[in-house]
Design a protein around this ligand. Structure first.
Ligand code: IPM
Ligand code: MN
Length: 370
């Protein structure tokens, strides 16, 4: 009997639940069209539940997600996440308590962020189109400046000291670099992997990255060209020559920054998707744009990013399970997106021309009719 895929759904905060609902519409259409079985389970976690349960808005006081919930999430085939971030909860509480905790505990060590300009989508880059903007960033997702190592001493005094440690381990760096080389090989594009780092200043942490990148490349990936950018220069080249890139591998913090730049050149946060991937475990897929609280409930946020995250969920889960039907479903959803974006009024900044639910319907119809 064919497998029934189990997908955990965390709508989360702000506009998260609205865009996830459109993704689920498309999932239903894809299941119908391609013939795979699935079930979903909703997890009510996020800022509202934290506050309702008596969580302190200014200090982390109670868990944002429980240990039992995390254990339960381990049993799913994938997690579909909307957004994290609530205007009444201080920065860091929900991000660390939910998003980062899941990334760490589920060991989702790759943050995969395609930078792909869909047809008809407006980009601020003059003279660049879908042909020129199509690369993928592999961001390390469990180390670097995100581990929470460090601390504050003498808080609130003139002698206050704060440290935040950039922690890189050989194990952590090597596994994400290998993932990036493998992905670059599979993409079969320019066969070029660019390491983005800051070896001229971070002479310990990024020396480890540099040595690992070259050792691994020389030993096992001589078919892939090795390229290097300092992170500041990479910000220039993403804008000036995006067509140069194929696959990029980068540490957690720099990856966070350059993928927002990447999102902007592919048409903005409304279209940018990401996957938090544990190749041997449970992965989580999300639109990377955040919770956009001021647009909540207005049916005006672009769900394309969430739908693109759903496409990634299908492709990655299918690849992991060796299930061609699911991989084909991911392709079908992506093709449907590319059929719909030229019909949206996305030729100018910030204009969608349709409501959130209309765009979901259009993509679901394109999936059905493809
Ligand atoms: C992202 C986000 C998160 C990050 C925040 C919400 C903690 O910006 O996924 O890029 O910094 O990783
Ligand atoms: Mn970010």
């Amino acid at each position: 009997m064919a497998k029934t895929y189990r997908i955990a759904v965390i709508g989360g905060d702000g506009t998260g639940p609205e865009v996830v609902a459109e993704g689920l519409k498309v999932l239903a259409a894809a299941s119908e069209a391609c013939g795979f079985a699935y079930e979903t389970k909703d997890f009510n976690v996020g800022g509202n539940r934290y506050l309702e349960a008596g969580g302190d808005p200014d200090e982390p006081s109670i868990p944002v997600i429980g240990d039992e919930e995390i254990e339960e999430l381990r049993s799913f085939d994938a997690i579909y996440l909307g957004a994290v971030g609530h205007p009444d909860v201080a920065p860091g509480i929900l991000e660390k308590g939910l998003l980062l905790r899941l990334r760490f505990e589920l060991d989702q060590y790759v943050n995969l962020r395609p930078v792909k300009l869909y047809p008809g989508v407006w980009t601020p880059l003059k003279d660049k189109g879908p042909e020129e903007i199509d690369f993928v960033v592999v961001r390390e997702n469990t180390e670097g400046l995100y581990t929470g190592m460090g601390g504050i001493q003498y808080k609130g005094t003139p002698h206050e000291v704060a440290t935040q440690i950039m922690c890189s381990t050989r194990h952590g760096v090597e596994r994400v670099i290998r993932y990036a080389f493998d992905l670059c090989r599979r993409r079969d594009d320019k066969k070029r992997l660019t390491l983005v780092a800051k070896t001229n200043v971070l002479t310990y942490a990024h020396d480890l990255w540099w040595r690992t990148f070259n050792e691994v490349g020389q030993a096992d990936y001589t078919d892939i060209e090795r390229d290097y950018n300092h992170v500041d220069a990479c910000c220039m080249w993403f804008v000036k020559n995006p067509e140069f890139y194929d696959t990029v591998v980068v540490c957690n913090m720099f990856g966070d920054i350059i993928t927002d730049l990447g999102a902007m050149i592919q048409g903005g946060m409304g279209v940018a998707a990401g996957g938090n991937i544990n190749p041997g475990g449970v992965s989580m897929f999300e639109p990377i744009g955040g919770s956009a609280p001021k647009y909540t409930g207005k049916n005006c946020i672009n769900p394309i990013a969430a739908i693109a995250a759903l496409a990634m969920l299908l492709t990655e889960t299918g690849t992991n399970a060796g299930d061609e039907t699911l991989v084909a479903a991911g392709d079908r959803v992506e093709k449907a997106i590319m059929e719909v974006t030229p019909r949206m009024q996305s030729q100018s900044a910030g204009r969608m021309g349709h409501s959130t639910t209309e765009v979901g319907d259009m993509v679901a119809e394109a999936v059905a009719g493809a």
